[in-house]
Design a protein around this ligand. Structure first.
Ligand code: WTA
Length: 650
């Protein structure tokens, strides 16, 4: 969608006049109480970031903070550091050894707690087990796991030995897993027999086996036993996690990593048919997520922090694992669905584990709103002191509901804007000092350069435009794995030496930023990025489909839902069954998150004279704005007429 359309779509946000000062009791105890941090960071960002870096433990200190040769940045040059050491050893070897690092509850209700001492032991053993499988520094290891503590252990074990983890969300299909393994030439896969979701065991190993039929780089597979379902173990290739762990040594030296050595690759959807492997390195990334966890979530030694994201997304990487653990925080993890066995599961967990900080996505909040206030009202939520939101624009109504019914009007709400590429939160309130407005992510984090620009790259003082990042930041992506050209064209070609986020934004008279969503061909479905082209290529892969065009349409809970316009091959008849089959086909090719909400059969896809799909027209059709009855689209005349109308309207 264009900026104009984005602005139009959220007109309601623009009239938002409510604002909330930080509650005085919160302000008094906040990690940041002095507004001068903004000015100081702007004056000397390198000094600002190096103060945070100095709070981490380095094997060897850097000799230069930043080298900026656009679009390539290097941070903390020649510094040597290990991320796993900073997240685990540092605390396990202090008086925090018995502090809870990970508190976990499985969907069926089992509890597990790992102290920093326990985490140390598990991470060391897993690191040694990986070494025994032949994994060396720089090798890629894929993780395809449910939300269990082993996921965190495996990530930190990779970081410990300098292996590059490539976590693939457990909801992705076998094909998506295969593509990600092949793109980064993964040597070892860590998966599980399955995981629980809404009372059922989701068979992960089975999907992994399907993926592994065509992944020549894979040498070994480590399988966690989680649900005890039947699995096929291929001799020589597949090993049980518990067997390897039992044989592994409980000490494994952390590898001294260069600040710019790769920590991980994480794939995300873009504007082409193929997801891109976003590359993050070690020193700057750790500094960025450490700093933002401390300041945005106001982490304190006694907090019990819960981020509901899956480990397969960047939010899980930065704000379940690296950021909070580098702060020595207690992290709560839950395996399953929010409505299992009942719609109060999250609130009961908050009550039971006395969660103090809760970080979730607007799509979840909108679902909670729909389910009704009686569910949160039935639990004691008084342990909460801060609420966060991430992943998509939060509408003011959802923000207010969250503030009132979950935060009981005493918890600051931090709406945090960032991306897989940015690695860390970039636009957010600092909860002790920034007045919030429902629906606005407020201001750039100190030291961050973010502006609203017009097409020509001129700064918009008030009004709408593109969100751009004008200064390098420590956790910024260092590239797209194996594809420097795409890195350049995707992010750095719109304006000179300025990063293009792909998001529209509005800046108001107080300088507050209102994020408007994507302005490229990326959809945001329930807070998950889905590329229109990926869905289109999954559809045309079906033998009945000749052509497909995919757009996002407004959806009450998901934010955006996928509407697919499909042109069938000669002689194929449209039907309800075929529509179902196509939806399943996409889910099977990509994963359930990409399953189209609507399949609309059409005689042709309306295109401009230059051959571009008229997505705006399609979106209006999908939202019921231009045509009462979409079945008439099977008539070429109707499409022709719509096209003409739309061209006349300009
Ligand atoms: C969107 C998730 C509005 C945005 C951390 C961005 C948001 C994309 C917000 C990145 C927010 C994320 N307000 N929009 N607070 N947070 N987005 O890579 O469109 O999965 O470009 O990273 O989500 O999604 P990603």
């Amino acid at each position: 969608m264009s900026i104009e359309e984005r602005l139009e779509a959220i007109n309601v946000f623009l009239n938002e006049t409510r604002s909330f000062e930080p509650p005085p009791a919160f302000r008094r105890q906040a990690n940041v109480r002095d507004e001068r941090v903004y000015r100081d960071a702007a004056t000397d960002p390198e000094k600002f970031w190096s103060r945070f870096a100095e709070e981490l433990i380095w094997i060897k200190k850097w000799d230069r903070v930043l080298e900026w040769k656009p679009p390539y940045a290097k941070w903390f040059l020649n510094g040597k550091i290990n991320a796993s050491f900073n997240c685990v050893d540092r605390w396990a070897k202090s008086n925090l050894r018995t502090k809870k690092a990970i508190v976990w509850e499985g969907e069926p209700g089992e509890e597990r707690t790992l102290t920093f001492g326990d985490l140390y032991e598990e991470v060391n053993k897993c690191a040694d087990a990986l070494k025994n499988l032949g994994v060396k520094k720089g090798d890629r290891v894929a993780l395809y796991l449910p939300m269990i503590p082993e996921a965190v252990v495996a990530m930190l074990a990779c970081a410990r030995i300098g292996a590059i983890h490539n976590v693939v969300f457990g909801g992705f299909s076998a094909e998506s897993l295969r593509d990600r393994i092949n793109d980064s030439q993964v040597k070892v896969l860590i998966t599980a027999d399955g995981g629980y979701r809404r009372g059922k065991a989701v068979p992960l190993k089975k999907a992994a086996d399907e993926a592994l039929e065509n992944t020549p780089s894979i040498e070994h597979v480590m399988v966690v036993k989680r649900v005890s379902c039947d699995v096929q173990m291929k001799p020589g290739r597949d090993h049980w996690w518990h067997d390897l762990m039992a044989k592994a040594k409980s000490e494994c030296e952390p590898e001294p990593m260069d600040s710019e050595d790769i920590l991980y690759i994480l794939y995300t959807s873009g504007t082409t048919g193929k997801p891109k492997g976003i590359v993050h390195t070690t020193g700057g990334y750790l500094t960025g997520v450490y700093a933002t966890s401390k300041w945005v979530f106001d982490l304190k030694p006694d907090d019990v922090y819960w981020c509901t994201a899956d480990i397969g997304w960047v939010t899980g990487h930065s704000y379940i694992v690296y950021g909070p653990l580098a702060n020595g925080a207690t992290v709560f993890m839950y395996e399953g669905a929010p409505d299992w066995p009942q719609k109060d599961r999250f609130w009961k967990l908050i009550e039971k584990y006395k969660i103090t900080i809760f970080y979730t996505a607007p799509t979840a909040i909108r679902a909670f709103m729909k389910w009704g206030t009686e569910w949160p009202a039935s639990a004691n939520l008084t342990s909460l002191r801060l609420l966060g939101s991430v992943g998509e624009p939060i509408n003011p109504e959802a923000w207010m509901w969250y503030h009132k019914h979950i935060g009981h009007e005493t918890c600051p709400v931090v709406d945090t804007w960032w991306q897989t590429e940015t690695g860390m939160i970039l636009i957010t309130p600092l909860p002790g000092i920034v007045t919030t407005k429902p629906g606005s992510a407020t201001k750039p984090f100190p030291g961050i350069g973010a502006s609203v620009l017009n097409e020509q790259g001129k700064q918009v003082k008030t009004g709408g435009g593109y969100l751009a990042l004008t200064k390098p930041w420590p956790a910024m992506l260092r590239g797209i794995y194996g594809d420097p050209d795409r890195f350049m064209s995707q992010y750095w070609s719109k304006w000179k030496n300025i990063y293009f986020t792909g998001d529209g934004a509005k800046i108001d008279q107080d300088g507050y930023l209102w994020l408007l969503g994507r302005v490229d061909d990326v959809l945001n479905v329930s807070g998950h990025r889905v590329g229109t082209m990926e869905v289109e290529s999954a559809l045309v892969d079906h033998p009945s489909v000749a052509e497909a065009a995919v757009v996002g349409r407004a959806h009450e809970i998901k934010g955006e839902a996928i509407a697919a316009f499909v042109i069938l091959k000669e002689g194929i008849e449209k039907s309800e069954d075929l529509s179902k089959e196509l939806k399943e086909h996409v889910a099977k090719k990509i994963g359930a998150i990409a399953r189209p909400e609507d399949i609309i059969f059409a005689a042709e896809v309306p295109k401009t004279r230059s051959g571009k799909i008229m997505r705006r027209l399609l979106k209006n059709i999908a939202e019921g704005k231009v045509l009462g009855d979409t079945t008439t689209l099977a008539d070429p005349e109707v499409i022709h007429r719509l096209k003409q109308q739309s061209e006349e309207e300009g």
